[in-house]
Design a protein around this ligand. Structure first.
Ligand code: FES
Length: 527
């Protein structure tokens, strides 16, 4: 399958063809318009269509073509921010609701897969949090106690992960976690949405989202979808200018999929404790027609950095492979390398609910915090209730308008970091040499007082764009791995030709303004 969100191919894209849909060719009226066909949008659309609502779902790429095709799909309540931190920020009750909601999301995926007969490789497994970096057994003990206070009473401290080939040292064991194949799951949801009368359109870019009765979504082709409610599930909201984006930050994360002999690594979820941490799972290998092969794919991720703030993307894969080979000597070869985007909320919880700033009929789901598959499902569960005018017991914890985070060190740190990025207007790219840009590469080139994002395509043709992000005007950076222009401020991303592939920007990079004519030539032209 082709993904809009980058150049690399994940194991999920390589093993699934998602169904194709037509673009929108007329104006529509519906009860609910959902923007974004990733797990949050698809689950929301599925549950609302089940409840008898008229649902229209649109996406500018294929279904699952954003971050759902780039996840590693850990279905877990072992939250990487740690329950002792969540408890400090949201209280014991908040931590309890967080644990309850993620466990319920795993259960909901299992139920939907079974009820709808979706063959998505869902499998219950154990999760293990093991030590890395400076962390000690005491940290695990602290987390053990916090998870138990949060209601995950069956966590346990064990001496090691049950691997014969490597002694991990002490680990915290989480029973009843799970894995699945995210795109096979979305394929099944799409089938059920259509069966329940929902409409799905792809290749449709929402350019304007307005609250009202009805609310209105205007597409870049000029069609209008009017709906009682609009739900924005675009990974990071494209309808919000600043409120949400000052409360979360975008990171890139790197993943390799390596071939290991079947059964040589027990199926499970494994994470270490440093920040950034490594995350590991298994997936059985299969060919493009779904036939199982006689080896497994060990999927290992890590090496995170803020989006648009690292140039060494290729070295990150090298380090990841080295780390993996040191621990898993049975590796045969590397089959996959891909990267994805993680949105980190500054107080650990996703933002799910009414769009802040006074909107009445616009809803958002964002802030996956590295747990996108469960957060996306939690979003579906909560929004299904709220959009229908009912309450939900988790809604307060995930409320996008919550204010208890303003003074947190994370909030201050992330916003100082954003402010620092504006220095790129004055530093970085010099006049540069367009001739030095190789096919398939891009570079920021200074021109006068401005900056250009210059890409040379595989045929050798040059494409020049303004390097100014259309969200809040930071200068974008070239991402060599995914061949995208990435914004270091709030994580907007654009394809090499300037089309937006990740919000918060809602419109693409502008074409470069024509080069001012040198004075002499201009004067000559006047005569
Ligand atoms: Fe906000 Fe680019 S994403 S300025």
């Amino acid at each position: 399958m082709h993904s809009d969100s980058g150049h690399t191919t994940s194991v999920w894209m390589d093993t699934t063809e998602v169904p194709q849909f037509q673009p929108l060719t007329q104006n529509l009226r519906s009860n609910v318009c959902v923007i974004g066909a990733g797990i949050a949008g698809m689950t929301t659309a599925y549950l609302l269509a089940r409840a008898g609502r008229a649902v229209v779902l649109i996406d500018d790429g294929p279904i699952g073509g954003g971050e759902t095709s780039r996840t590693t799909a850990h279905l877990t309540a072992a939250l990487d921010d740690r329950y002792y931190n969540i408890e400090k920020m949201h209280g014991e009750e908040g931590a309890r609701l967080a644990a309850e909601s993620h466990m319920a999301a795993i259960h909901r995926i299992e139920t939907i897969a079974s009820m709808e007969d979706i063959d998505c490789d869902f499998q219950r497994v154990e999760g293990f949090l093991f030590l890395g970096g400076e962390n000690t057994r005491k940290d695990l003990e602290r987390e053990l106690e916090a998870t138990q206070r949060a209601g995950i009473s069956d966590t346990q401290l064990v001496d090691r992960i049950p691997f014969k080939f490597w002694d991990s040292g002490p680990a915290l064991r989480f029973p009843r976690q799970a894995t699945f194949h995210p795109l096979k799951y979305l394929k099944g949801l799409a089938r059920a949405i259509l069966r329940d009368g929902g409409k799905i359109y792809t290749g449709v870019h929402a350019e304007k989202i307005e609250d009202g009765e009805p609310a209105r979504v205007t597409t870049s082709d000029g069609h209008v979808i009017s709906a009682d409610n609009v739900v924005v599930c675009t990974n990071t909201p494209v309808n919000d200018w600043l409120i949400i984006h000052s409360k979360q930050a975008a990171y890139r994360t790197y993943v390799i999929g390596v071939r290991v002999p079947k059964g040589s690594v027990p199926h499970g979820l494994y994470w270490d404790t440093p920040d950034p941490y490594h995350y590991i799972r298994l997936q059985h290998a299969e060919d493009k027609s779904g036939h199982e092969l006689d080896y497994d794919i060990l999927i290992v991720g890590g090496e995170d950095h803020k989006t648009g703030q690292a140039a060494d993307t290729e070295e990150r894969f090298v380090r990841l492979e080295q780390w993996t080979r040191e621990r898993f000597p049975m590796i045969e070869r590397v089959d996959y390398r891909w990267s994805g985007q993680v949105i980190e909320p500054v107080d650990y919880m996703a933002y799910i609910g009414k769009n802040p700033g006074g909107d009445e009929h616009i809803w958002i789901a964002t802030g996956d915090s590295g747990n996108g598959m469960t957060h996306g499902t939690i979003a579906g569960i909560i929004l299904n209730e709220l959009v229908q005018g009912r309450k939900h017991q988790w809604a307060r914890l995930y409320d996008p308008s919550r204010v208890r985070l303003r003074a947190t060190p994370e909030f201050v740190k992330e916003n100082v970091n954003v402010a620092e990025q504006y220095k790129d207007w004055f530093t970085g790219a010099g006049a540069g040499d367009v001739a030095a840009i190789k096919p398939g590469e891009g570079a920021i080139i200074g021109r006068g007082r401005g900056k250009l994002a210059v890409y040379r395509d595989e045929r050798g043709d040059i494409h020049q764009l303004s390097a100014v992000c259309t969200h809040l005007y930071c200068i974008v950076h070239w991402n060599d791995t995914e061949r995208t222009w990435d914004c270091p401020c709030h994580g907007s991303r654009f394809d090499p030709y300037g089309k937006v592939v990740n919000g918060p920007a809602i419109v693409g990079l502008s074409p470069a303004s024509p080069e001012p004519e040198p004075e002499k030539e201009r004067d000559a032209a006047k005569q």
